[in-house]
Ligand binder design. Structure first.
Ligand SMILES: *Cc1c(COP(=O)(O)O)cnc(C)c1O
Length: 395
C-alpha cells in the first residue's frame, strides 16, 4: 500500500478511505463499511454506481468493439451526436474525453470564429471564481489565482469579469473590440454553488447577439439532468451557441462533448481539431445508455423534485445552525455555506457513513445521484445534521 501511494504524484490531498464496490447510491470501502453517496464522484455517477443497464451496455460493447479511429465513421458516435443535439437544441458535436478537453474545443472554436470575423487577437470573456479545467487554456479561463500560481505564463486572450454582473460585460463590450465570446458556467460548481440571477444568462444572450459574440456555456457539472432540466440553460430558456459536457455524460466512462449551432457549428473543419480516443465506440455506447435511462425514468424532473425536498429538509435540520450562512440549490446541485472554513466536515460526514465535499473553503457541496429515493433524502439530511452539529461543537 505505502509504496503504491508514493508512486502517485500528490496532485490530490486524498482521504484515506478507498472504495472497492458500488451499488446504486451506496459505496463500500476495503473493510466493508457502507457509505451513502451524496457526491456521485463529483457529479459523474448521476445514475449511481454499477447501474445495471449502463453496465450491460458497456460489457456488451467491450465484447463487440472498443475502438477504431475517427478516420472512420463511428455509427454509435453519430447516434449519440443526434440524441445530444435533439436534447440541447444544437447542431453539431465534437467528442473528446474530459471536461477540460471539451472546453479546449470551445476555446478553439471561439478563436477560429474570431479570425473568420477578422479579429486579430480574439478574446474570450470569463468569470471570477469560474472553474473550466486544468489544461493551460482552461486553467487560464479558471478564475482562481491559487490554481494559476506557478504556471505562468498563462494563455493570452482572456478577460475576466465578476460573475453574475451584466454591467461588467457591457463595459468590456464598449472598451474592447477583440472580444469574440463569453464562457461561463450556468451555475458555478467548484466556485461554491453560485446560482446567478434568473436574468443573467438571458442578459448574456442579448449582449452576445448584439455584438455577434458566441455565448459558450460550460454545462460540464450542471448538464445531464442535474439541475432539474437536461441542461441548466433550459431553466432560463436561453440557448447558447456552444455548450460543453462531460462528467455525467458517461456515468464514469470518460467522455466529453462540445456542442455548437449556427456559425459556431461550421468553424471546425478537417485538420483543425481532433482526438484519438474521443467518441470511441465504448464511450458512445455508455453515453447512449445513460441518455436512455435518464429519459425513460424522467430523471431530470426527478432531480428537480428531489432537490426541492433536500433543500426543504436541510432548511429544517441545519438552517438555524449558528454557523450556517446560506443554503441554496438548483435541482441536485446543492450548497450549504458556512461562516468559516469547513473542510473538516468531509471526514465528520465520512464518520457518519456519508460522502460529501467542501468547495470554495466554506461551502458544503452536495451532488447526489439522480436515483435517490425519499429514504436516501432522509438519511442524507439526518447524517449531515449530525456532522454539522459535531463540527459546530468543536469550534
Ligand atoms: C469538472 C469540470 C471541468 C473539468 O472537467 P475535467 O473532466 O476534470 O477536465 C470543467 N468545467 C466544469 C464546470 C467542471 O465542473
Amino acid at each position: 500500500m505505502g509504496s503504491v501511494k508514493q508512486t502517485l504524484m500528490p496532485t490530490y490531498q486524498r482521504l484515506s478511505v478507498g472504495f472497492v464496490r458500488g451499488d446504486g447510491v451506496w459505496l463500500w470501502d476495503e473493510v466493508g463499511n457502507r457509505y451513502l453517496d451524496a457526491l456521485s464522484g463529483i457529479a459523474v455517477a448521476g445514475l449511481g454506481h454499477a447501474h445495471p443497464e449502463v453496465a450491460a451496455a458497456i460489457a456488451d460493447q467491450a465484447q463487440t468493439l472498443l475502438h477504431t479511429s475517427n478516420i472512420y465513421r463511428i455509427p454509435l458516435q453519430e447516434q449519440l451526436g443526434g440524441r445530444l443535439c435533439d436534447l440541447a437544441g444544437m447542431e453539431r458535436v465534437f467528442f473528446c474525453n474530459s471536461g477540460a478537453e471539451a472546453n479546449e474545443a470551445a476555446i478553439k472554436i471561439a478563436r477560429r470564429y474570431g479570425h473568420q470575423q477578422g479579429v486579430a487577437l480574439p478574446t474570450i470573456i470569463v468569470a471570477d471564481n469560474a472553474f473550466h479545467g486544468r489544461t493551460m487554456a482552461t486553467l487560464t479561463a479558471t478564475g482562481n489565482r491559487k490554481a494559476h500560481a506557478g504556471f505562468e505564463p498563462l494563455v493570452a486572450g482572456f478577460i475576466r469579469v465578476p460573475y453574475d454582473d451584466l454591467e461588467a460585460v457591457r463595459q468590456v463590450a464598449s472598451n474592447d473590440s477583440n472580444v469574440v465570446a463569453v464562457l461561463v458556467e450556468p451555475v458555478q460548481g467548484e466556485g461554491g454553488i453560485i446560482i446567478p440571477d434568473p436574468g443573467y444568462l438571458g442578459g448574456l444572450r442579448e449582449i452576445c447577439d448584439e455584438h455577434q459574440w458566441l455565448l459558450m456555456l460550460d454545462e460540464i457539472q450542471t448538464g445531464m439532468g442535474r439541475t432539474g432540466e437536461w441542461f441548466a440553460c433550459q431553466l432560463s430558456g436561453s440557448r447558447p451557441d456552444v455548450m460543453t459536457l462531460a462528467k455525467a455524460l458517461g456515468n464514469g466512462v470518460p467522455i466529453g462533448a462540445c456542442l455548437a449551432r449556427g456559425r459556431a457549428a461550421e468553424v471546425l473543419v478537417p485538420g483543425t481539431h481532433g482526438s484519438t480516443f474521443g467518441g470511441n465506440h465504448l464511450a458512445c455506447r455508455a453515453a447512449l445508455a445513460v441518455i436512455d435511462v435518464l429519459s425513460q425514468q424522467a430523471l431530470p424532473q426527478r432531480a428537480a423534485e428531489l432537490g426541492a425536498s433536500i433543500l426543504k429538509g436541510l432548511g429544517e435540520s441545519v438552517g438555524e445552525h449558528p454557523r450556517v450562512r446560506a443554503i441554496r440549490g438548483a435541482g441536485l446541485m446543492l450548497g450549504i455555506e458556512l461562516d468559516l472554513p469547513c473542510a473538516d466536515l468531509v471526514s465528520l460526514a465520512l464518520d457518519q457513513g456519508l460522502l460529501i465535499n467542501v468547495t470554495a473553503g466554506n461551502v458544503v457541496r452536495l451532488l447526489p445521484p439522480l436515483i435517490y429515493e425519499q429514504e436516501h433524502v432522509n438519511l442524507l439530511i439526518e447524517r449531515l445534521a449530525v456532522a454539522v452539529e459535531e463540527f459546530g461543537s468543536r469550534q
